[in-house]
Design a protein around this ligand. Structure first.
Ligand code: CA
Length: 344
């Protein structure tokens, strides 16, 4: 009965009119968490934050986290196992957003509220299960990368190595088709152009390195062999790839430290610990922080509301975005100055 009430409320039926929370608030909730891949660096920070904020919550939050290891079939099986348990809410980080509808349907069948995060399904999927997406605005990281490069280009005329007034650049891309990868890849360049830069992709197209350091490193080694001295800036969809690019640059005598004679700006996304260290040591120009801690905090607060059948954001600092089905966690730019300020 309780579960049925929660489901009805999760479906948005007169949620805010009922003083449900005071009478029915649960003192213990069971949360299933489907993770696309535990060893993704950013996702690891989200997992740590989920554990931290679950521990700090006013109620007992039991987390059951599952690692799909990048395999959608495995995640589907994990969803089936979770849905057979007595869960109050499920948090879903899809392997493949194309399979989100199937996961949403299973949640509806089991009467469990579903909150997707990080990898964004179509709004129609969220509407079908009265669910929510918690994530970033896909374009925002790319826009910030473009702004960071434009700021540096204005401050450092010497970055235009051949002095032609055009920025010869590379962009290292995550998996093609991934909405974050696509948005970052296009918006970093379009924002730099918006800011008045003339951009020329040395390869004519993005370098696909699937978010991976080793793939980025070997690709960059090959490009440097053909274009040494011609590359003036490198955008990477994430810090893991930026670190691979930097390893290849270091091997060719570039970006060994902030005073290096040969230095080109490399801009990542994520602000991983290794990425921040590369910025502090003068190897990387900047990154954009996707705040894993803020994501974990939001997910726990929203999960507790969902488990109690009240509006997702009631009593929280979060707001539902204009699309009506999401909560957006902002990015922030990180440069050498801001890492120094954080350390103080
Ligand atoms: Ca140039």
């Amino acid at each position: 009965m309780k579960k049925r009430l929660a489901l009805l409320l999760a479906c948005g039926m007169a949620v805010s009119m009922l003083p449900v929370q005071a009478e029915e608030a649960k003192d213990e909730i069971n949360v299933g968490v489907l993770i696309y891949k535990f060893d993704d660096t950013y996702i690891s920070t989200v997992r740590a934050a989920l554990e931290k904020y679950a521990e700090e919550a006013d109620v007992t939050v039991n987390l059951n986290m599952q690692d799909a290891q990048g395999d959608q079939a495995k995640q589907n099986d994990q969803m089936d196992v979770l849905m057979a348990q007595d869960l109050d809410v499920v948090l879903i980080n899809c392997v493949d957003t194309g399979s989100a509808q199937g996961l949403a349907d299973r949640a509806v069948d089991a009467g469990v509220p579903a909150i997707f995060f990080n990898r964004e399904p179509d709004a129609s999927v969220l509407e079908s299960c009265s669910g929510l997406f918690v994530g970033t605005t896909a374009s925002e990281a790319g826009v910030m990368q473009g702004d960071l490069l434009a700021d540096m280009w204005e401050a450092h005329p010497e970055y235009d190595l051949n002095g032609d007034g055009v920025c010869q650049y590379l962009v290292f891309k995550g998996e093609p088709g991934n909405p974050e990868a696509e948005a970052r890849t296009s918006y970093c360049v379009s924002q730099a152009e918006e800011r008045g830069m003339t951009m020329e992709n040395i390869q004519g197209e993005p370098v696909v390195a699937n978010w991976a350091t080793d793939q980025a490193q070997s690709a960059m080694e090959a490009i440097l062999a053909a274009h040494d001295g011609e590359i003036e800036a490198v955008f990477c969809n994430n810090d893991d790839m930026a670190l691979g690019v930097i390893s290849a640059l270091n091997a060719a005598g570039y970006n060994t430290d902030a005073e290096a004679e040969k230095w080109i700006p490399v801009i990542g996304v994520d602000a991983t610990d290794a990425g921040l260290e590369a910025i502090r040591s003068g190897k990387m120009a900047a990154t954009v922080k996707q705040d894993g801690d803020a994501m974990g905090k939001a997910l726990i607060e929203i999960a507790i509301n969902a488990a109690n059948g009240v509006d997702f954001v009631e009593g929280t600092e979060y707001e539902i975005a204009e699309d009506g089905v999401s909560v957006r966690i902002p990015y922030s730019p990180v440069t050498e100055e801001s890492t120094a300020a954080d350390a103080e």
